[in-house]
Write a protein that binds this ligand. Sequence first.
Ligand code: CTP
Length: 421
Amino acid sequence: MAAVPAADIERRVLLIVSGGIAAYKALETVRLLRKAGVAVRCVLTRGGAQFVTALSLQALSEDKVYDDLWSLTDESEMGHIELSRQADLVVVAPASADILAKMTAGMADDLATTVLLATDKPVLVAPAMNVRMWEHAATQSNLETLVRRGVSVIGPNEGPMACGEYGPGRLVEPEALTAAVLRRLNAAPAASAGADRPLAGRRALVTSGPTHEPIDPVRYIANRSSGRQGHAIAAALAALGAEVTLVSGPTQLPDPAGVAVVRIETAAQMEAACRAALPADVAVCAAAVADWRVADRGAHKLKKRPGEPPPPLPLAENPDILMGLSAPGPSRPALVVGFAAETEKVAEHAAEKRARKGCDWILANDVSEGSGTFGGADNEITLITAEGAEPWPRQTKAQAAEALARRIADHFKAAARDAAE
Ligand code: CTP
């Protein structure tokens, strides 16, 4: 990434990194924000410095990191008032229980809290802490007060925690945080200037997550898809200016910012929601749609009857949504992209799938044992187009989503150029 002097960029974030194991996610968030053209200046609290270094933040933000209220150089170069004055948005991520309590009480005993007390800019906090600290009445009441005062909150997510417990308290993922920051910035008047939005005016449809196929009113067939890749793609397309509809099966993920989310459960509902979302310029099918549903879904709970064999569960085939969207016709999106999960001969099998389903591109995932793709943070993709196979480096799902969104933007740019010639 070319070095861009922070002060020359229109949209500016002051990121306060407080203490907590989740501070490492701040690093990825800085990278994603920089990639989206946002200038990031960081304030690192003493607690935060126990988990990430000022050097890492400095390298990623390409700017000086501020950590000391009493540094005479900083105060003469840039006082704490000036720090927030130069930002369009102040973000606290991770926001520890301690910093939230200090914000609520109006304490100002270090640079971060002094900036927060002095700022007149919008503030977004992304809490991260142990589940009991999060659920404590003190934290909840602090949050309520802060929200009443106009502070925006994103997260926390629910899941396994570094402390070994399970529950709400995890910092939202960097891509969701980045999208939330971009949305807040877009709401601000200074935001649009200089923004990189090559997909502005384009409509995108993305499917994500698993489907749940009911057996009876209380049971269902499901799969382990987390929805992370599909949600990241929706966020990345929106970050480039597309108007995105995300049709998602049940996931634990927060809605990506700036995206219209339609929540469904079954493949049939996903298909209907996709049809309703057309027309679209591009469709990306990242959902792990169940291949089959239970043919005769019981209206009542199946009863276990002593001495009787288990009930048979005849299956019926679900509609293939990717194939349906790829079928020629007036409502076919100009670009249809599917995924293929492969364990061997990745490019070969995915090319066959591309031909069979009629889509334009296939992103072939290597899901062989040990690849860590399923449910993991990384992805190893080979892009299959009419021109051939292009292996991408192993990267995070957020990076893969950004790469795809860029590729889609380039495709439309080239198509518009061809049409003009
Ligand atoms: N897909 C879909 N509707 C279905 C099934 C799949 O839209 N009913 C889409 C998925 O979103 C994905 C692609 O088709 O884009 C995956 O195709 P699929 O045939 O399910 O292949 P794999 O998951 O790769 O597995 P397999 O080859 O074992 O069938």
